[in-house]
Design a protein around this ligand. Structure first.
Ligand code: FES
Length: 133
């Protein structure tokens, strides 16, 4: 039963404490402020989203903002995601917790998004197509 779907769904199983979970997943205690999600699904990839992802990682690392093994104090986590429905207007880039969805993002747009939005808190209006909430 251990490791089985039935075990995972057992509502009576003891849940680890937040402290126990933090010892297994130290990211819980790190001072993340934002997540940047770059869609790398088929249509966005065909429009260059991998280059956008690499541009974000490089710029954020230059700015000491990227959260990764080499900088656990980085304030921004940069991840890939699957299709969010911007397939015809990608590459799509999502920024959370702001809930801002950008379209048509190119590597050349990355410095402006980092400077204005991720560092300054002001989304880049010309690329923004949706905001959640
Ligand atoms: S493939 Fe990126 S939003 Fe659909």
């Amino acid at each position: 039963m251990v490791g089985s779907p039935e075990a995972a769904m057992d509502e009576n199983r003891p849940l680890p404490t937040p402290e126990e979970d933090a010892s297994l997943s130290p990211i819980i205690r790190h001072p993340l402020q934002r997540q940047v999600l770059v869609c790398t699904a088929k249509s966005c990839a065909a429009n260059g989203s991998e280059a956008v992802l690499e541009a974000f990682k490089a710029r954020l690392e230059e700015e000491q903002l990227l959260y990764f093994k080499g900088n656990r104090e980085g304030a921004v986590q940069c991840l890939t995601c699957g299709s969010v429905g911007f397939c015809a207007i990608g590459p799509a880039v999502l920024v959370y917790p702001d809930g801002v969805w950008y379209a048509h993002v190119s590597p050349g747009d990355v410095p402006e998004i980092v400077e204005s939005h991720l560092k300054g808190g002001v989304p880049v209006a010309r690329l923004m197509r949706k905001q959640l909430g």
